[in-house]
Design a protein around this ligand. Sequence first.
Ligand SMILES: Nc1ncnc2c1ncn2[C@@H]1O[C@H](COP(=O)(O)OP(=O)(O)O)[C@@H](O)[C@H]1O
Ligand SMILES: [Mg+2]
Length: 246
Amino acid sequence: MTAFSIQNLTVVKGEKKILDSVSFDVQEGEFVCIVGPSGAGKSTLLRQLNRLDYGRIGGQILWNGKSLEEYDVHVLREQVAYIFQKAVMFPGSAEENIKMGAQFEHNVTQQELEGRFVKAIREAGITPEMLSVEAADLSGGQQQRVGIARTLMLDPVVLLFDEPTASLDVETSNKFCKTLKVLKEHLKEKKSASLMITHRLEEASFLADKVLMLEEGKVVAFLPVNEFFNNPSNERVANFLKAYKL
Ligand SMILES: Nc1ncnc2c1ncn2[C@@H]1O[C@H](COP(=O)(O)OP(=O)(O)O)[C@@H](O)[C@H]1O
Ligand SMILES: [Mg+2]
């Protein structure tokens, strides 16, 4: 089943066409990595998927066959969760930070929340020792895990990641990617779709089922991960991959 169908999406801000007739489909359970040069429109595209962005002048986005505008925007954003580059930590322990958002959920029993908590910390790779630590004292990688667990507490259907490793050093980033790989398997079981922007191509090759490459607001390629990295027939992809290597 198709989760997202993006059809001729065009976004203009000021005088500038940020996205130019972007079309692609994301299937249930699929993990798509979005790559491309800085300024290509990657964040704009991701934010359009849960209506965090403005400026759409053309095209449409369907989620589960329904236009995004047909959803209540708060419900949409709970189900299509956006994970920012850097997780915001509030005063309090890691555990309090993780439980923070979900306490306002209606129609969810305490028992269900406890169940979600146990799952969320497992899937986000949080150790029991971390839970009592003041969130601000955790490392960058640990804070990202707390942010993801907090999001998982809301039981989202789709996860949107905008360069979640951008603020992490290489070692932490690699460790975090292994967590994401485990999370990805859980998401696949739930038939959740995920989209993740990354500027580190090794992350895309490690995590993605499919790779979407954007350049100047246009789709240059949308290919299964192996084809993207091993098929030089698309000249712009080949040049992009070449530029990435020293
Ligand atoms: N309000 C705006 N007015 C004009 N240009 C904008 C505005 N917001 C973003 N842009 C431009 O849109 C382009 C795409 O931005 P973005 O989606 O953040 O790219 P990426 O995430 O790929 O780096 C950039 O060139 C940026 O300068
Ligand atoms: Mg960006």
